[in-house]
Design a protein around this ligand. Sequence first.
Ligand code: FAD
Ligand code: 2HG
Ligand code: ZN
Length: 478
Amino acid sequence: FGSLAAKVQRNPSFSTLNYDDISYFKEILGEKGVIEDEEWLATANTDWMHKYKGSSKLLLQPRSTEEVSQILKYCNSRCLAVVPQGGNTGLVGGSVPVFDEVIVNMSLMNNIISFDKVSGILVCEGGCILENLITFLDNQGFIMPLDLGAKGSCQIGGNVSTNAGGLRLVRYGSLHGNVLGLEVVLADGNVIDMLGTLRKDNTGYDLKHLFIGSEGSLGIVTKVSILTPPKLFSVNVAFLACSDYFSCQKLLMEAKRKLGEILSAFEFLDSKSLDLVLNHLDGVRNPLPPTVHKFYILIETTGSDETYDRQKLEGFLLHAMEAGLISDGALAQDINQASSFWHIREGIPEALMKAGAVYKYDLSLPVEKMYDLVEEMRTRLSDSANVVGYGHLGDGNLHLNISTAQYDDGILTQIEPFVYEWTSKHHGSISAEHGLGLMKANEIFYSKPTATVSLMASIKKMLDPKGILNPYKVLPHS
Ligand code: FAD
Ligand code: 2HG
Ligand code: ZN
Protein backbone atom coordinates (compact mmCIF):
# COMPACT_ATOMS: atom_id res chain seq x y z
CA PHE A 1 0.00 0.00 0.00
CA GLY A 2 2.76 2.49 -0.68
CA SER A 3 4.16 1.07 2.61
CA LEU A 4 2.88 3.99 4.71
CA ALA A 5 2.32 2.17 7.98
CA ALA A 6 5.74 0.57 7.59
CA LYS A 7 7.26 4.03 8.03
CA VAL A 8 5.65 4.50 11.45
CA GLN A 9 7.09 3.07 14.66
CA ARG A 10 4.74 1.88 17.40
CA ASN A 11 5.08 4.26 20.34
CA PRO A 12 6.81 2.08 22.97
CA SER A 13 5.22 3.99 25.85
CA PHE A 14 1.82 2.47 25.01
CA SER A 15 0.79 -0.62 26.98
CA THR A 16 -0.54 -3.78 25.41
CA LEU A 17 -3.92 -5.18 26.37
CA ASN A 18 -4.09 -7.80 29.10
CA TYR A 19 -6.77 -10.00 30.62
CA ASP A 20 -7.53 -7.49 33.42
CA ASP A 21 -8.20 -4.76 30.87
CA ILE A 22 -10.78 -6.90 29.08
CA SER A 23 -12.45 -7.79 32.40
CA TYR A 24 -12.63 -4.14 33.36
CA PHE A 25 -14.23 -3.18 30.02
CA LYS A 26 -16.76 -5.99 30.44
CA GLU A 27 -17.59 -4.63 33.88
CA ILE A 28 -18.40 -1.17 32.58
CA LEU A 29 -19.91 -2.03 29.16
CA GLY A 30 -21.30 -5.52 29.71
CA GLU A 31 -20.26 -8.52 27.55
CA LYS A 32 -22.06 -7.13 24.49
CA GLY A 33 -20.11 -3.88 24.38
CA VAL A 34 -16.73 -5.66 24.28
CA ILE A 35 -15.99 -7.12 20.85
CA GLU A 36 -13.16 -9.60 20.31
CA ASP A 37 -14.75 -11.38 17.36
CA GLU A 38 -12.13 -11.84 14.61
CA GLU A 39 -14.36 -11.11 11.62
CA TRP A 40 -15.78 -7.99 13.17
CA LEU A 41 -12.29 -6.82 14.08
CA ALA A 42 -11.00 -7.51 10.59
CA THR A 43 -13.64 -5.15 9.19
CA ALA A 44 -13.02 -2.48 11.82
CA ASN A 45 -9.24 -2.70 11.30
CA THR A 46 -9.62 -1.98 7.56
CA ASP A 47 -10.52 1.38 6.05
CA TRP A 48 -13.09 2.06 3.29
CA MET A 49 -10.45 1.97 0.55
CA HIS A 50 -8.93 -1.29 1.87
CA LYS A 51 -5.66 0.60 1.90
CA TYR A 52 -4.94 1.01 5.61
CA LYS A 53 -5.02 -1.96 7.97
CA GLY A 54 -4.44 -2.10 11.71
CA SER A 55 -4.18 -5.07 14.05
CA SER A 56 -6.41 -4.12 16.97
CA LYS A 57 -7.62 -6.98 19.14
CA LEU A 58 -10.43 -5.04 20.77
CA LEU A 59 -13.44 -2.93 19.78
CA LEU A 60 -15.57 -1.21 22.41
CA GLN A 61 -19.14 -0.02 21.91
CA PRO A 62 -20.18 2.54 24.51
CA ARG A 63 -23.88 3.44 24.85
CA SER A 64 -23.53 6.72 26.73
CA THR A 65 -21.20 9.63 27.38
CA GLU A 66 -20.59 8.21 30.84
CA GLU A 67 -19.34 4.95 29.31
CA VAL A 68 -17.06 6.82 26.87
CA SER A 69 -15.71 8.73 29.83
CA GLN A 70 -15.02 5.54 31.82
CA ILE A 71 -13.29 3.94 28.83
CA LEU A 72 -10.99 6.91 28.24
CA LYS A 73 -10.24 7.44 31.93
CA TYR A 74 -9.13 3.82 32.16
CA CYS A 75 -7.16 3.81 28.86
CA ASN A 76 -5.40 6.98 29.91
CA SER A 77 -4.41 5.57 33.29
CA ARG A 78 -3.16 2.35 31.63
CA CYS A 79 -1.58 4.21 28.69
CA LEU A 80 -3.63 2.24 26.16
CA ALA A 81 -3.92 3.96 22.78
CA VAL A 82 -7.39 4.51 21.30
CA VAL A 83 -8.90 5.12 17.84
CA PRO A 84 -12.33 6.77 17.81
CA GLN A 85 -14.32 5.24 14.94
CA GLY A 86 -17.57 6.44 13.39
CA GLY A 87 -18.82 5.04 10.08
CA ASN A 88 -15.24 4.25 8.96
CA THR A 89 -15.71 6.08 5.65
CA GLY A 90 -12.70 8.37 6.14
CA LEU A 91 -10.30 8.54 3.19
CA VAL A 92 -6.96 9.35 4.86
CA GLY A 93 -6.37 6.33 7.09
CA GLY A 94 -7.53 8.20 10.21
CA SER A 95 -10.35 5.94 11.33
CA VAL A 96 -8.50 2.65 11.71
CA PRO A 97 -5.71 1.62 14.09
CA VAL A 98 -2.13 1.72 12.85
CA PHE A 99 -1.06 -0.97 15.32
CA ASP A 100 -3.05 -2.43 18.23
CA GLU A 101 -4.99 0.66 19.36
CA VAL A 102 -8.35 -0.03 21.04
CA ILE A 103 -11.21 0.89 18.68
CA VAL A 104 -13.96 2.96 20.29
CA ASN A 105 -16.88 2.51 17.94
CA MET A 106 -19.65 5.10 18.31
CA SER A 107 -22.51 3.42 16.44
CA LEU A 108 -24.65 2.64 19.49
CA MET A 109 -24.76 6.30 20.48
CA ASN A 110 -27.37 7.05 17.84
CA ASN A 111 -30.17 8.87 19.64
CA ILE A 112 -31.78 12.10 18.54
CA ILE A 113 -32.03 14.19 21.68
CA SER A 114 -34.15 17.17 20.61
CA PHE A 115 -35.31 19.16 17.64
CA ASP A 116 -36.61 22.71 17.82
CA LYS A 117 -38.87 23.45 14.86
CA VAL A 118 -38.79 27.21 15.41
CA SER A 119 -35.01 27.59 15.33
CA GLY A 120 -34.19 24.44 13.30
CA ILE A 121 -31.68 23.34 15.94
CA LEU A 122 -31.07 19.59 16.16
CA VAL A 123 -29.28 17.99 19.10
CA CYS A 124 -28.19 14.37 18.73
CA GLU A 125 -25.58 11.83 19.75
CA GLY A 126 -22.33 11.54 17.82
CA GLY A 127 -23.06 8.07 16.43
CA CYS A 128 -26.17 9.08 14.44
CA ILE A 129 -25.80 8.10 10.78
CA LEU A 130 -26.03 11.16 8.52
CA GLU A 131 -28.74 9.64 6.32
CA ASN A 132 -30.91 8.87 9.36
CA LEU A 133 -30.66 12.50 10.41
CA ILE A 134 -31.57 13.56 6.85
CA THR A 135 -34.68 11.31 6.95
CA PHE A 136 -35.67 12.48 10.43
CA LEU A 137 -35.39 16.12 9.39
CA ASP A 138 -37.22 15.53 6.13
CA ASN A 139 -40.27 14.47 8.14
CA GLN A 140 -40.00 17.72 10.09
CA GLY A 141 -39.64 19.85 6.94
CA PHE A 142 -35.90 20.52 7.37
CA ILE A 143 -32.61 19.38 5.83
CA MET A 144 -29.07 18.79 7.07
CA PRO A 145 -26.69 21.58 6.02
CA LEU A 146 -24.26 18.93 4.76
CA ASP A 147 -24.62 16.05 2.34
CA LEU A 148 -22.06 13.59 1.03
CA GLY A 149 -21.84 10.38 -0.93
CA ALA A 150 -21.03 8.41 2.24
CA LYS A 151 -24.25 9.54 3.99
CA GLY A 152 -25.56 5.95 4.35
CA SER A 153 -22.65 5.00 6.66
CA CYS A 154 -20.89 8.10 7.98
CA GLN A 155 -21.86 9.49 11.38
CA ILE A 156 -22.36 13.06 12.49
CA GLY A 157 -19.54 12.68 15.06
CA GLY A 158 -17.24 11.59 12.22
CA ASN A 159 -18.45 14.44 10.02
CA VAL A 160 -17.72 16.95 12.78
CA SER A 161 -14.35 15.37 13.58
CA THR A 162 -13.27 15.58 9.92
CA ASN A 163 -15.05 18.91 9.34
CA ALA A 164 -16.58 17.22 6.30
CA GLY A 165 -17.42 19.57 3.43
CA GLY A 166 -19.46 17.74 0.84
CA LEU A 167 -21.94 18.68 -1.82
CA ARG A 168 -23.75 21.62 -0.24
CA LEU A 169 -20.98 23.67 1.31
CA VAL A 170 -21.22 26.23 -1.48
CA ARG A 171 -24.71 27.11 -0.16
CA TYR A 172 -24.70 26.44 3.59
CA GLY A 173 -21.05 26.89 4.53
CA SER A 174 -18.83 24.66 6.66
CA LEU A 175 -19.52 22.88 9.93
CA HIS A 176 -17.59 25.63 11.70
CA GLY A 177 -20.63 27.78 10.94
CA ASN A 178 -23.40 25.22 11.35
CA VAL A 179 -22.34 23.37 14.48
CA LEU A 180 -23.62 25.34 17.46
CA GLY A 181 -22.36 23.11 20.21
CA LEU A 182 -20.56 19.90 21.12
CA GLU A 183 -20.14 17.58 24.03
CA VAL A 184 -16.73 15.92 23.98
CA VAL A 185 -14.87 13.52 26.22
CA LEU A 186 -11.19 14.30 26.70
CA ALA A 187 -8.39 11.73 26.89
CA ASP A 188 -8.51 11.67 30.70
CA GLY A 189 -12.25 10.99 30.71
CA ASN A 190 -13.33 14.55 31.55
CA VAL A 191 -16.62 15.45 29.88
CA ILE A 192 -16.61 18.95 28.37
CA ASP A 193 -20.09 20.37 27.94
CA MET A 194 -20.07 22.90 25.11
CA LEU A 195 -23.46 21.74 23.88
CA GLY A 196 -24.89 25.20 23.37
CA THR A 197 -27.97 25.72 21.23
CA LEU A 198 -27.42 29.44 20.72
CA ARG A 199 -26.60 31.19 17.48
CA LYS A 200 -24.74 33.85 19.39
CA ASP A 201 -22.53 33.28 22.42
CA ASN A 202 -19.42 35.39 22.89
CA THR A 203 -18.52 34.31 26.39
CA GLY A 204 -14.82 33.75 25.86
CA TYR A 205 -12.99 31.29 23.64
CA ASP A 206 -15.22 29.21 21.38
CA LEU A 207 -13.51 25.93 22.18
CA LYS A 208 -15.81 23.69 20.15
CA HIS A 209 -13.92 24.84 17.03
CA LEU A 210 -10.80 23.05 18.28
CA PHE A 211 -12.65 19.75 18.01
CA ILE A 212 -14.27 20.40 14.62
CA GLY A 213 -11.76 18.87 12.20
CA SER A 214 -9.46 17.47 14.92
CA GLU A 215 -9.93 13.89 13.59
CA GLY A 216 -10.31 12.25 16.97
CA SER A 217 -6.93 13.52 18.18
CA LEU A 218 -8.23 15.82 20.94
CA GLY A 219 -11.41 14.18 22.20
CA ILE A 220 -14.37 11.96 21.38
CA VAL A 221 -17.45 13.82 20.14
CA THR A 222 -20.43 12.39 22.01
CA LYS A 223 -23.13 14.99 21.26
CA VAL A 224 -23.68 17.58 18.54
CA SER A 225 -25.98 20.58 18.28
CA ILE A 226 -26.43 21.73 14.69
CA LEU A 227 -28.38 24.41 12.88
CA THR A 228 -30.52 22.97 10.08
CA PRO A 229 -32.13 24.95 7.23
CA PRO A 230 -35.80 24.53 6.31
CA LYS A 231 -36.53 22.20 3.41
CA LEU A 232 -37.40 24.21 0.32
CA PHE A 233 -39.50 22.39 -2.22
CA SER A 234 -38.36 23.80 -5.51
CA VAL A 235 -35.24 21.82 -6.43
CA ASN A 236 -33.76 21.70 -9.95
CA VAL A 237 -30.75 19.77 -11.17
CA ALA A 238 -28.95 20.28 -14.48
CA PHE A 239 -26.21 18.10 -15.97
CA LEU A 240 -24.15 20.16 -18.40
CA ALA A 241 -21.21 19.64 -20.73
CA CYS A 242 -18.35 22.10 -21.29
CA SER A 243 -15.73 21.76 -23.98
CA ASP A 244 -12.87 23.32 -22.02
CA TYR A 245 -11.88 24.14 -18.46
CA PHE A 246 -12.02 27.89 -19.03
CA SER A 247 -15.76 27.55 -19.78
CA CYS A 248 -16.25 25.68 -16.48
CA GLN A 249 -14.71 28.61 -14.63
CA LYS A 250 -16.78 31.18 -16.48
CA LEU A 251 -19.90 29.13 -15.86
CA LEU A 252 -19.13 29.10 -12.13
CA MET A 253 -18.71 32.88 -12.06
CA GLU A 254 -21.96 33.32 -13.98
CA ALA A 255 -23.84 30.83 -11.80
CA LYS A 256 -22.82 32.65 -8.62
CA ARG A 257 -23.86 35.99 -10.10
CA LYS A 258 -27.04 34.97 -11.97
CA LEU A 259 -28.44 32.15 -9.84
CA GLY A 260 -27.39 33.88 -6.65
CA GLU A 261 -29.35 32.77 -3.60
CA ILE A 262 -30.87 29.65 -5.22
CA LEU A 263 -27.55 28.00 -6.17
CA SER A 264 -27.12 24.97 -3.88
CA ALA A 265 -24.41 22.89 -5.62
CA PHE A 266 -21.81 23.37 -8.33
CA GLU A 267 -19.86 20.16 -8.96
CA PHE A 268 -17.55 19.21 -11.80
CA LEU A 269 -16.15 16.02 -13.31
CA ASP A 270 -13.92 15.40 -16.28
CA SER A 271 -14.70 12.92 -19.05
CA LYS A 272 -12.43 10.28 -17.48
CA SER A 273 -14.48 10.43 -14.25
CA LEU A 274 -17.70 9.97 -16.21
CA ASP A 275 -16.21 7.01 -18.11
CA LEU A 276 -15.29 5.34 -14.81
CA VAL A 277 -18.84 5.63 -13.49
CA LEU A 278 -20.36 4.41 -16.75
CA ASN A 279 -17.95 1.46 -16.91
CA HIS A 280 -18.03 0.33 -13.28
CA LEU A 281 -21.44 1.12 -11.77
CA ASP A 282 -24.60 -0.74 -12.71
CA GLY A 283 -27.61 1.10 -14.02
CA VAL A 284 -25.87 4.43 -14.67
CA ARG A 285 -26.25 6.06 -18.04
CA ASN A 286 -25.03 9.27 -19.56
CA PRO A 287 -27.97 11.70 -19.68
CA LEU A 288 -26.40 13.43 -22.68
CA PRO A 289 -26.02 12.14 -26.26
CA PRO A 290 -22.77 10.18 -26.53
CA THR A 291 -20.53 12.95 -27.86
CA VAL A 292 -17.33 13.17 -25.83
CA HIS A 293 -17.10 16.42 -23.91
CA LYS A 294 -14.06 17.23 -21.82
CA PHE A 295 -15.97 18.39 -18.73
CA TYR A 296 -19.33 17.96 -17.06
CA ILE A 297 -20.94 20.25 -14.50
CA LEU A 298 -23.77 19.42 -12.13
CA ILE A 299 -25.71 22.45 -10.99
CA GLU A 300 -28.44 22.28 -8.36
CA THR A 301 -30.76 25.10 -7.37
CA THR A 302 -32.96 25.10 -4.29
CA GLY A 303 -35.58 27.73 -3.63
CA SER A 304 -39.13 28.37 -2.55
CA ASP A 305 -40.89 29.42 -5.76
CA GLU A 306 -41.11 26.82 -8.51
CA THR A 307 -42.02 29.15 -11.37
CA TYR A 308 -39.51 31.83 -10.45
CA ASP A 309 -36.67 29.32 -9.81
CA ARG A 310 -37.27 27.40 -13.04
CA GLN A 311 -37.41 30.63 -15.05
CA LYS A 312 -34.24 31.84 -13.42
CA LEU A 313 -32.37 28.60 -14.14
CA GLU A 314 -33.66 28.30 -17.71
CA GLY A 315 -32.71 31.92 -18.38
CA PHE A 316 -29.23 31.24 -17.02
CA LEU A 317 -28.82 28.09 -19.13
CA LEU A 318 -30.00 29.84 -22.29
CA HIS A 319 -27.55 32.65 -21.71
CA ALA A 320 -24.73 30.15 -21.04
CA MET A 321 -25.57 28.27 -24.27
CA GLU A 322 -25.59 31.48 -26.29
CA ALA A 323 -22.28 32.56 -24.79
CA GLY A 324 -20.81 29.20 -25.80
CA LEU A 325 -20.03 28.19 -22.21
CA ILE A 326 -21.96 24.95 -22.40
CA SER A 327 -21.95 22.60 -25.34
CA ASP A 328 -24.85 20.41 -24.23
CA GLY A 329 -27.04 19.86 -21.20
CA ALA A 330 -30.06 18.20 -19.64
CA LEU A 331 -32.43 19.56 -17.02
CA ALA A 332 -33.93 16.89 -14.76
CA GLN A 333 -37.65 16.55 -15.42
CA ASP A 334 -38.50 14.80 -12.15
CA ILE A 335 -37.00 13.70 -8.87
CA ASN A 336 -35.85 10.34 -10.27
CA GLN A 337 -33.91 11.99 -13.04
CA ALA A 338 -32.45 14.49 -10.58
CA SER A 339 -31.21 11.67 -8.36
CA SER A 340 -29.80 9.81 -11.37
CA PHE A 341 -27.72 12.92 -12.19
CA TRP A 342 -26.53 13.06 -8.59
CA HIS A 343 -25.74 9.35 -8.68
CA ILE A 344 -23.19 9.97 -11.43
CA ARG A 345 -21.34 12.53 -9.33
CA GLU A 346 -21.66 10.74 -5.99
CA GLY A 347 -20.71 7.38 -7.53
CA ILE A 348 -17.19 8.39 -8.62
CA PRO A 349 -15.37 7.23 -5.42
CA GLU A 350 -17.10 3.83 -5.61
CA ALA A 351 -16.34 3.47 -9.33
CA LEU A 352 -12.68 4.26 -8.59
CA MET A 353 -12.64 1.54 -5.94
CA LYS A 354 -13.97 -0.97 -8.45
CA ALA A 355 -11.37 0.07 -11.03
CA GLY A 356 -8.42 -1.11 -8.90
CA ALA A 357 -5.90 0.70 -6.71
CA VAL A 358 -6.32 4.43 -6.19
CA TYR A 359 -4.18 7.31 -4.94
CA LYS A 360 -6.42 10.13 -3.66
CA TYR A 361 -5.54 13.80 -3.29
CA ASP A 362 -8.08 16.22 -1.87
CA LEU A 363 -6.79 19.69 -2.60
CA SER A 364 -7.86 23.31 -2.21
CA LEU A 365 -6.45 25.29 -5.11
CA PRO A 366 -7.18 28.54 -6.92
CA VAL A 367 -9.94 27.58 -9.38
CA GLU A 368 -8.07 28.95 -12.39
CA LYS A 369 -5.00 26.78 -11.70
CA MET A 370 -6.74 23.64 -10.48
CA TYR A 371 -7.01 21.60 -13.65
CA ASP A 372 -3.40 22.35 -14.70
CA LEU A 373 -2.36 19.92 -11.98
CA VAL A 374 -4.49 17.12 -13.44
CA GLU A 375 -2.94 17.69 -16.86
CA GLU A 376 0.60 17.89 -15.51
CA MET A 377 0.03 14.66 -13.63
CA ARG A 378 -1.19 12.98 -16.82
CA THR A 379 1.98 14.05 -18.60
CA ARG A 380 4.16 12.81 -15.71
CA LEU A 381 2.51 9.41 -15.52
CA SER A 382 1.75 8.98 -19.25
CA ASP A 383 0.18 5.54 -19.78
CA SER A 384 0.97 4.05 -16.38
CA ALA A 385 -2.19 5.38 -14.68
CA ASN A 386 -5.66 6.79 -15.27
CA VAL A 387 -5.63 10.33 -13.86
CA VAL A 388 -9.06 11.77 -13.10
CA GLY A 389 -10.15 15.14 -11.78
CA TYR A 390 -13.49 16.06 -10.23
CA GLY A 391 -14.82 17.78 -7.17
CA HIS A 392 -16.49 20.74 -5.56
CA LEU A 393 -15.58 23.43 -8.07
CA GLY A 394 -17.82 25.93 -6.30
CA ASP A 395 -15.54 25.62 -3.22
CA GLY A 396 -12.20 25.49 -5.06
CA ASN A 397 -11.78 21.82 -4.08
CA LEU A 398 -10.22 19.37 -6.52
CA HIS A 399 -10.37 15.60 -6.02
CA LEU A 400 -7.38 14.37 -7.98
CA ASN A 401 -7.52 10.58 -8.18
CA ILE A 402 -4.91 8.38 -9.78
CA SER A 403 -6.17 4.94 -10.62
CA THR A 404 -3.83 2.01 -11.31
CA ALA A 405 -4.17 -1.76 -11.56
CA GLN A 406 -2.34 -2.23 -8.26
CA TYR A 407 -0.40 -0.22 -5.69
CA ASP A 408 3.13 0.41 -6.85
CA ASP A 409 5.83 2.35 -4.98
CA GLY A 410 7.36 3.38 -8.31
CA ILE A 411 4.17 5.23 -9.25
CA LEU A 412 3.87 6.72 -5.77
CA THR A 413 7.31 8.32 -6.07
CA GLN A 414 6.20 9.91 -9.36
CA ILE A 415 3.18 11.43 -7.59
CA GLU A 416 4.59 12.46 -4.20
CA PRO A 417 6.05 14.85 -3.17
CA PHE A 418 5.32 16.47 -6.56
CA VAL A 419 1.59 16.86 -5.85
CA TYR A 420 2.22 18.44 -2.43
CA GLU A 421 4.97 20.74 -3.72
CA TRP A 422 2.72 21.87 -6.58
CA THR A 423 -0.13 22.59 -4.16
CA SER A 424 2.11 24.48 -1.78
CA LYS A 425 3.63 26.51 -4.62
CA HIS A 426 0.13 27.62 -5.62
CA HIS A 427 -0.79 28.49 -2.01
CA GLY A 428 -3.33 25.69 -1.80
CA SER A 429 -4.12 23.20 0.95
CA ILE A 430 -3.08 19.54 0.85
CA SER A 431 -6.35 18.65 2.56
CA ALA A 432 -9.46 20.58 1.61
CA GLU A 433 -12.01 18.39 3.42
CA HIS A 434 -10.83 14.83 4.18
CA GLY A 435 -8.28 15.71 6.87
CA LEU A 436 -4.69 14.55 7.35
CA GLY A 437 -5.20 11.21 9.11
CA LEU A 438 -2.21 8.89 8.81
CA MET A 439 -1.76 9.57 5.11
CA LYS A 440 -0.79 13.24 5.38
CA ALA A 441 0.27 13.76 9.00
CA ASN A 442 3.91 14.09 7.94
CA GLU A 443 3.01 16.37 5.03
CA ILE A 444 1.36 19.05 7.20
CA PHE A 445 4.27 21.46 6.64
CA TYR A 446 3.27 21.86 2.99
CA SER A 447 0.19 23.71 4.24
CA LYS A 448 1.06 25.06 7.70
CA PRO A 449 4.04 27.03 8.99
CA THR A 450 6.27 25.45 11.65
CA ALA A 451 5.12 27.79 14.41
CA THR A 452 1.48 26.89 13.74
CA VAL A 453 2.25 23.16 13.84
CA SER A 454 4.13 23.69 17.14
CA LEU A 455 1.09 25.41 18.62
CA MET A 456 -1.08 22.49 17.48
CA ALA A 457 1.35 20.09 19.15
CA SER A 458 1.20 22.11 22.40
CA ILE A 459 -2.59 22.00 22.39
CA LYS A 460 -2.46 18.25 21.80
CA LYS A 461 0.02 17.86 24.69
CA MET A 462 -2.19 19.87 27.02
CA LEU A 463 -5.41 17.98 26.22
CA ASP A 464 -3.87 14.53 25.79
CA PRO A 465 -0.48 14.49 27.59
CA LYS A 466 0.10 10.76 27.03
CA GLY A 467 -0.92 11.00 23.37
CA ILE A 468 -3.38 8.10 23.60
CA LEU A 469 -6.03 9.60 21.28
CA ASN A 470 -5.62 8.56 17.65
CA PRO A 471 -1.81 8.39 17.72
CA TYR A 472 0.27 8.76 14.51
CA LYS A 473 -2.52 10.84 12.92
CA VAL A 474 -2.81 14.59 12.14
CA LEU A 475 0.47 15.72 13.73
CA PRO A 476 3.85 14.67 12.29
CA HIS A 477 5.06 11.39 13.76
CA SER A 478 8.66 11.21 12.67
P1 FAD B 1 -14.70 7.78 10.35
O1 FAD B 1 -14.24 7.46 9.00
O2 FAD B 1 -15.06 6.66 11.24
O3 FAD B 1 -13.59 8.66 11.09
C1 FAD B 1 -13.01 9.77 10.48
C2 FAD B 1 -12.11 10.48 11.51
O4 FAD B 1 -12.90 11.03 12.55
C3 FAD B 1 -11.12 9.56 12.19
O5 FAD B 1 -9.95 10.28 12.47
C4 FAD B 1 -11.83 9.15 13.49
O6 FAD B 1 -10.91 8.84 14.52
C5 FAD B 1 -12.61 10.41 13.81
N1 FAD B 1 -13.90 10.19 14.48
C6 FAD B 1 -14.99 9.52 14.01
N2 FAD B 1 -16.01 9.62 14.87
C7 FAD B 1 -15.56 10.37 15.91
C8 FAD B 1 -16.14 10.85 17.12
N3 FAD B 1 -17.41 10.59 17.45
N4 FAD B 1 -15.38 11.60 17.94
C9 FAD B 1 -14.09 11.89 17.62
N5 FAD B 1 -13.49 11.48 16.51
C10 FAD B 1 -14.22 10.72 15.66
N6 FAD B 1 -15.73 13.91 2.97
C11 FAD B 1 -16.05 15.19 2.70
O7 FAD B 1 -15.59 16.08 3.41
N7 FAD B 1 -16.86 15.50 1.63
C12 FAD B 1 -17.39 14.57 0.82
O8 FAD B 1 -18.09 14.89 -0.14
C13 FAD B 1 -17.10 13.21 1.11
N8 FAD B 1 -17.63 12.23 0.36
C14 FAD B 1 -17.31 10.95 0.62
C15 FAD B 1 -17.86 9.96 -0.19
C16 FAD B 1 -17.54 8.64 0.02
C17 FAD B 1 -18.15 7.58 -0.87
C18 FAD B 1 -16.67 8.27 1.07
C19 FAD B 1 -16.33 6.84 1.34
C20 FAD B 1 -16.13 9.25 1.90
C21 FAD B 1 -16.42 10.59 1.68
N9 FAD B 1 -15.89 11.62 2.48
C22 FAD B 1 -16.22 12.92 2.20
C23 FAD B 1 -14.90 11.36 3.55
C24 FAD B 1 -15.39 11.82 4.91
O9 FAD B 1 -14.35 12.15 5.80
C25 FAD B 1 -16.33 10.92 5.59
O10 FAD B 1 -17.26 10.31 4.76
C26 FAD B 1 -17.03 11.36 6.88
O11 FAD B 1 -17.00 12.69 7.28
C27 FAD B 1 -16.40 10.54 7.97
O12 FAD B 1 -17.37 10.15 8.87
P2 FAD B 1 -17.29 8.72 9.55
O13 FAD B 1 -18.37 8.65 10.58
O14 FAD B 1 -17.27 7.64 8.57
O15 FAD B 1 -15.89 8.83 10.31
C1 2HG C 1 -16.41 13.31 -2.98
O1 2HG C 1 -16.54 14.52 -3.09
C2 2HG C 1 -15.62 12.78 -1.83
O2 2HG C 1 -16.96 12.51 -3.76
C3 2HG C 1 -14.61 11.71 -2.19
O3 2HG C 1 -15.04 13.80 -1.09
C4 2HG C 1 -13.50 12.24 -3.04
O4 2HG C 1 -12.85 10.05 -3.61
C5 2HG C 1 -12.50 11.21 -3.53
O5 2HG C 1 -11.40 11.60 -3.88
ZN1 ZN D 1 -15.51 15.75 -1.77
